[in-house]
Design a protein around this ligand. Structure first.
Ligand code: COA
Length: 165
């Protein structure tokens, strides 16, 4: 399969976007014509940043890369993929713990729509230990998450948390 002339959807909650996500997005933009970073309204997770705050900060980070498009979606991912006419979903795989969850999601999505394929990119070892929850904890507890998230994301998160105090 030639993937060089294709688009891909990279979905996630991105609450917040981390350097691990950025690494996957940038690498994917070298193999695909277009990477749609699709920010999910995820009803099963309680979020710190609302959907528009997440979209805004991700757009800011990729504003100089015209191969990366940032969008939001609600409801089934396969429906969204069909609306966008993109048949490939990209997910990052950090550790073996991710595998079971990703296998379930990829299989379910393929059962919901057999024209949709999920592909995986192995996370860079430098970022394999990062998760959005971990970062939120660090910031809530007054630590610096500089190493794990871009400055724009850190300041946005701090602003949101300060307002809640
Ligand atoms: N680097 C750093 N962290 C990463 C990462 C990477 N490369 N890849 C994943 N993560 C982390 C995230 O930070 C997140 O951490 P958290 O659990 O502490 O918040 C965790 O791994 C998983 O998050 P994410 O990749 O954003 O996925 P998700 O599980 O939040 O979202 C959706 C999954 C949105 C894609 C999925 O729920 C979905 O498709 N929803 C739409 C509804 C639907 O179609 N449901 C049926 C699906 S079968």
């Amino acid at each position: 399969m030639c993937i060089r002339d294709r688009s891909v959807i990279y979905p996630g909650s991105f609450d917040p976007l981390t350097n691990g996500h950025i690494n996957i997005i940038k690498r994917a933009s070298k193999s695909f014509d277009k990477v749609v970073v699709a920010v999910a309204v995820n009803s099963s997770k309680s979020s710190i940043m609302n959907i528009d705050q997440r979209v805004k900060v991700i757009k800011k980070i990729f504003k100089n890369n015209n191969k990366i498009v940032v969008d939001k979606f609600e409801g089934l991912l396969v429906k969204y993929a069909n609306q966008k006419k993109i048949k490939t979903i990209l997910r990052g795989m950090r550790t073996v713990q991710d595998f079971e969850y990703e296998l379930q999601m990829a299989t379910s999505n393929n059962k919901l729509d057999s024209t949709i394929e999920t592909i995986f990119m192995v996370a860079d070892a430098n970022f394999a230990h990062i998760s959005s929850s971990l970062i939120k904890d660090i910031i809530k507890l007054g630590g610096s998450a500089k190493e794990f998230i871009p400055g724009a994301v850190e300041s946005e998160l701090k602003k949101i948390l300060d307002k809640r105090k």
